[in-house]
Design a protein around this ligand. Structure first.
Ligand code: PEP
Ligand code: MG
Length: 846
């Protein structure tokens, strides 16, 4: 219960005092957050100045607000600009909502770290609802811990105590770094960030405003990648909210796991001129045939209106709650990954005030809950579709999903599908929850009138290996249920009248494909040797212990690349040594007796972390990323190396350094490992290897091989840096081809350098997963291929078809070619040649 009594605040820290207007920060000094006082602290633990309740503990742990029993709200902000430490150096000793007594320790902090990394250690103590109280200082020079500091006297003429102050309004501009702009997932991230603060936050763009508590309002602004937006925050913690939101807007999240098809397949569909053929866009590749089954959306009859609002509001509440429960249940099954992220965004949309308020307004005017909800969604979809931003327009599909789910809940409809085996599902536009439903049936393919290749449905279809065509046009709806179709997603065509011969051919091709996969899978557990007996280790690229376990089941001989970023992303603080050690050990344990190559953290460039704000760089891909980060944040790398040195057995653990460009970088880490191992009293030491992913490393391979235990070639970055083409550039995707002869020459140099010192060379970039490249890589001297786990069987099968001496001759010939296209063509010819060709496979080269 709040009372209206005077209280005394006792010094939460000890040290010299400063009047607020002398604090070197205009936000505090201007008094816009309230009246108070500042202490330049000499001790490292903030304690409660009075009894009360913790009403806000900043996520970054640098600030806390306590509500005293008389309603006074006391904000204590440790250090200036300390939010940028993102929690590093702060330890919360209490939790939000906790009742505390005077003198109780609240936050412990690292004095040195804050002093070194922030503008100042000065800590302000502010009454954030000052207008309701008078403050009388008890002392002005310096205080000892717990000494009386300020008297807080409620203004006599105020009958009630207000809950919070409005505080100052602050504003900043930021450029949107999120791929595709502020679509559902980045918008959800902004909303989540804003929720961490009590201030009201808005996004201003193109003369429009969206409150940051509304996903649809954010998406409705139509903000694209690289657009500049204004963020406006007002309230008690507006400065901190603004900083966090600017970071959230201007930091790209790590990309989707399942890449969209390449540019050519994303192009507009070809006009339907051929009889029996509908042209579309490939959203997920593959070939399938089967009977058409329609998945229709609910269509509502006309609403007569005049419904009393009370029961309609209740019906909407019940339906929203039931859909929320259903999504939460789905999320528990899905754990992590793309699908989970999609449904988490759906959950946030269901809470969206813009949507729900729009529906409620309609209900208040006498509209039925079903129609009110449906119309509110249609209105938002129309806004998104009008934005002329394909990625945002496709997010309307997520809204339609929720429209249908809530409608079904309102109408009491359950969804039980009666589908023929191998059905080809036809719909105007499928939604993510449709795909979850279809998981329970043996569906062969998906076809949609509308939709796009970057929609959430497309991502889910690719993850399931389901051929999927989108943008087939309204003619699709004229087809009859049961009619047999062929989905040739690779050619972006739907065959609506296949004859018996074509169906037999498709069935045969599918059967051959499935048989081949089954055979490859059956042989995947054995090692892969070329016909002349050269052993090629086929390992897997993984990002977690669960993926490692799956890779082992798929026959991986080891882990060729554990991208440790998985541990560092999507969180607010870095994992500590113990958490890292546990996670790395789990991967080793998941791989039975097989080796695991663990790459040290490779952030920077396209991979950014919330709590590791890196200096702004004009060209981050050429900036502080990979091993260079160790120069900026050595303690982060030391912590990871210590964790790695403590996993066991060390002989199965191999440490790999990303983005090495000179020998000194390797030597420095070797010395650091020796030092840390000595500190930890560890004698056994993991091998230390180097990623070859910048041309400098390939050119210096011989020198690096003197000190490295092994090499692994990162062809993704090696292509980017050799060809000077952004690996994520949509328009250049087809040209960033690691089979470029310049790259082959660098791979050759790397293998030669390694061989001089008896080191082995692997490839862990995407080229290793391309069966067309296996012969070339084996021929150039690579002895380990680290591939995506589902491809282990296929790559092992390819190795077994090869003769390493033929591969050697073949790869030498490729070095003389002049383009990636010519190399690819030669590789195709080599793949289909008789086993002992009489003619050179390169005879077609011009
Ligand atoms: C590479 O660059 O090829 C590589 C494997 O590393 P990443 O894709 O994680 O940058
Ligand atoms: Mg790389």
């Amino acid at each position: 219960m709040l009372n209206n009594k005077n209280i005394t605040l006792h010094a939460p820290l000890e040290g010299p005092l400063l009047p607020l207007d002398q604090v070197p920060d205009p936000v505090f000094a201007g008094g816009s957050l309230g009246n108070g006082i500042a202490i330049d602290p000499l001790n490292d633990c903030l304690q409660a100045p009075c009894a009360g309740t913790v009403i806000h503990l900043a996520k970054t742990l640098h600030a806390l607000t306590l509500r005293a029993d008389n309603g006074a709200e006391i904000l204590m902000h440790i250090g200036l600009d300390s939010v940028q430490l993102q929690g590093r150096g702060f330890e919360a000793l209490v939790a939000n909502g906790e009742r505390v007594e005077r003198g109780q320790p609240l936050i412990r902090f690292d004095l040195d770290l804050v002093a070194q990394h922030c503008t100042s250690l000065i800590t302000v103590i502010i009454l954030s609802n000052s207008s309701d109280y008078r403050l009388l200082p008890r002392t002005t020079r310096s205080v000892t811990l717990g000494a009386p500091l300020l008297d807080v006297i409620p203004n006599a003429d105020l009958g009630t105590v207000k809950a919070a102050s409005t505080g100052e309004t602050v504003r900043a501009s930021a450029r949107v770094a999120h791929h595709g702009g502020l679509h559902a997932r980045p918008a959800a991230l902004l909303r989540q960030t804003a929720q961490g603060f009590s201030s009201h936050a808005e996004l201003h763009f193109n003369g429009q405003v969206a409150a940051l508590n509304s996903l649809v309002a954010i998406m409705g602004l139509g903000v694209g990648e690289q657009d500049e937006v204004d963020i406006v925050c007002s309230g008690a913690d507006s400065a901190a909210a603004l900083q966090a939101l600017v970071a959230a807007v201007s930091t790209a999240t790590v990309g989707e796991q399942h890449a969209a098809p390449t540019v050519s397949s994303l192009s507009k569909p070809v006009a339907n001129l051929e009889p029996g053929i509908l042209n579309g866009v490939c959203a997920s590749p593959g070939l399938a045939s089967g009977p058409l089954a329609r998945l229709d959306a609910i269509r509502l009859p006309q609403d007569s209106g005049g419904h009393p609002p009370g029961p309609q509001h209740q019906a909407l509440d019940d339906a929203l709650a039931s859909v929320k429960r259903a999504i939460e249940a789905d999320l528990q099954q899905l754990q992590q990954g793309d699908a989970a992220a999609i449904f988490a965004a759906h959950l946030a949309l269901l809470d969206d005030p813009s949507l729900v308020d729009a529906a409620r307004q309609r209900i208040d005017q006498g509209t039925a809950a079903s129609h009110a909800w449906s119309q509110a969604i249609d209105a938002q979809c129309a806004i998104l579709k009008a934005l002329d931003k394909p990625l945002l327009a496709e997010r309307a599909n997520d809204l339609q999903d929720l429209q249908q789910r809530v409608l079904r809940a309102l109408l009491g409809e359950t969804r039980e599908l009666d589908l023929p085996p191998s059905a080809i599902i036809v719909a105007h536009e499928l939604t993510p929850s449709d795909l979850l439903l279809l998981d329970q049936h043996a569906v062969a393919g998906l076809c949609m009138v509308a939709g796009g290749a970057t929609s959430h449905v497309a991502i889910l279809a690719r993850a399931r290996g389901l051929p999927c065509l989108v943008a087939l046009g309204t003619d699709l709806m004229n087809l009859q249920a049961g009619q047999v179709l062929v989905v040739d997603a690779d050619q972006a065509r739907l065959e609506t009248a296949p004859d018996a011969e074509r169906l037999a051919q498709v069935a045969q091709l599918r059967q051959q494909h499935q048989q081949r996969r089954a055979e490859q899978q059956a042989a995947a557990q054995s090692s892969a040797q070329t016909r002349d007996g050269r052993l090629i280790e086929v390992a897997a690229n993984v990002a977690s212990a669960a993926e490692a376990a799956q890779a082992l089941r798929q026959g991986a001989d080891g882990v060729g690349l554990l991208r440790t970023e998985f541990l560092f992303v999507d969180r607010h603080t870095a994992p500590d040594e113990q958490e890292q050690r546990g996670a790395y050990q789990a991967v080793l344990d998941a791989m039975a007796d097989r080796p695991v190559i663990i790459r040290t953290i490779d952030v920077g460039g396209d991979k950014q972390l919330d709590y590791l704000p890196l200096p702004h760089e004009a060209n981050p891909v050429l900036g502080l990323r990979g091993i260079r980060l160790g120069q900026l944040r050595p303690e982060l790398l030391d912590q990871q190396l210590r964790a790695l040195l403590q996993v066991s057995p060390q002989r199965r653990c191999r440490i790999m350094l990303p983005m090495v460009s000179e020998v000194d970088e390797l030597l420095a880490i070797r010395q650091r490992l020796d030092h840390l191992a000595a500190e930890l009293g560890i004698s056994q030491r993991a091998e230390l290897g180097v990623m070859i992913e910048v041309p400098a490393a390939a050119l210096l391979a011989e020198r690096l091989a003197e000190h490295a235990d092994f090499f692994s070639i990162g062809t993704n970055d090696l292509s980017q840096y050799t060809l000077a083409m952004d690996r994520d550039h949509a328009g250049l995707a087809a040209r960033v081809d690691a089979l470029h002869p310049a790259l082959l020459r660098l791979i050759e140099l790397t293998c030669q350098g390694a061989a001089r010192h008896g080191r082995w060379v692997g490839v862990c970039g995407a080229l290793a997963s391309d069966p067309l490249a296996t012969a070339v890589l084996v021929g150039l001297g690579v002895s380990e291929l680290s591939v995506s786990a589902p491809q282990v069987g296929e790559i092992k099968a390819r190795v077994r078809q090869l003769d390493s001496r033929e591969c050697r001759t073949f790869s030498q010939q490729l070095l003389g070619l002049s383009s990636a296209r010519a190399v690819r063509q030669a590789c195709q010819d080599f793949a289909v040649r008789p086993t002992h060709p009489r003619h050179s496979p390169l005879s077609t080269e011009q």
